[in-house]
Design a protein around this ligand. Structure first.
Ligand SMILES: [Zn+2]
Length: 270
């Protein structure tokens, strides 16, 4: 069932009816058929705009989710931070990323795309073997809004299958492609008892185009319990890969420990 479309349609109809009703009370019932049509159309248009913009804001919200467990960061007094790596994996950069993390005794959480992980089993297995946490970032990386619950469930479960086949046995949290979700996806994750993870620090190009600026952005915005998102897998994102050791060094210097998302979630709970 497409919960996103269903909920939006119900909201539009309810709000349009409410506006039509209020207009009737304020202005009196128009007997003229033309004015009645104008009243209905105006109510429907306003309802569409209001529900449409609210829906748009909601699906992009990093901090609000209608259903299920969700974290953009956690509350903790300890200087813990989770570095998360979205998309991928691929064989080109996996060794470099693992080496950088190891050098600083840091662990990361890699939100992999199911299709890419299936295509690059070596990269995925290397991440698992080096003790990184693996997260689910959907199979196709399409926006999972205005989709059926069946489609959302397929995206989650087929990616889980690829991750489990790599030997990863830890908890698998979910990060929606582009951070977008409404009702269908959160409903599926709720029924599976899964946690949705977004972020509170995102130093992505082009707003922060060079490694030094990216590093400064992270250090200016990070706080205990932060979840940082990085996109290191594209050949075009060399700045992100160059920034990683700088970010790791600066975080260590400031007394931060880089832990996995599930370690961070557990620290908040305890
Ligand atoms: Zn992504």
């Amino acid at each position: 069932m497409n919960l996103d479309v269903l909920a939006a349609a119900i909201l539009v109809l309810a709000l349009a009816w409410l506006l039509w009703f209020v207009w009737g009370v304020v202005r009196g019932d128009a007997t003229d058929g033309r004015w009645r049509a104008v009243r209905i159309l105006a109510a429907a248009a306003v309802a569409l705009v209001v529900v449409g913009s609210a829906t748009y804001r909601l699906m992009d919200s990093l901090t609000v989710q209608l259903l299920g467990e969700h974290a953009a960061r956690v509350e903790t007094p300890r200087k813990l931070v989770a570095l998360t790596f979205d998309d991928g994996p691929n064989d080109l950069y996996v060794s470099q990323l693992i080496a950088d993390l190891k050098r600083f005794r840091a662990r990361g959480t890699f939100y992999v795309i199911g299709a890419a992980a299936a295509e690059h089993p070596y990269a995925l297995a290397s991440l698992v073997a080096s003790g990184q946490e693996i997260g689910n970032h959907s199979y196709s990386h399409r926006r999972l809004v205005f989709v059926t619950t069946g489609r959302a469930r397929d995206e989650v479960s087929s990616t889980d299958a690829v991750i489990r086949a790599s030997g990863f046995s830890g908890p698998i949290t979910f990060r929606p492609p582009y951070g977008k979700r409404l009702l269908s996806l959160p409903w599926v994750l709720l029924t599976e008892g899964r946690t949705t993870v977004t972020w509170d620090v995102k130093p992505d190009p082009p707003s922060t185009a060079d490694p030094a600026t990216m590093t400064r952005y992270v250090l200016d915005n990070v706080r205990p319990g932060s979840i940082v998102v990085l996109h290191p897998w594209s050949p075009a994102n060399g700045a992100t890969r160059e920034a990683l050791p700088m970010i790791l060094a600066e975080l260590r210097q400031r007394g931060y420990r880089c832990v996995t998302v599930s370690e961070l979630l557990a620290a908040a709970a305890g």
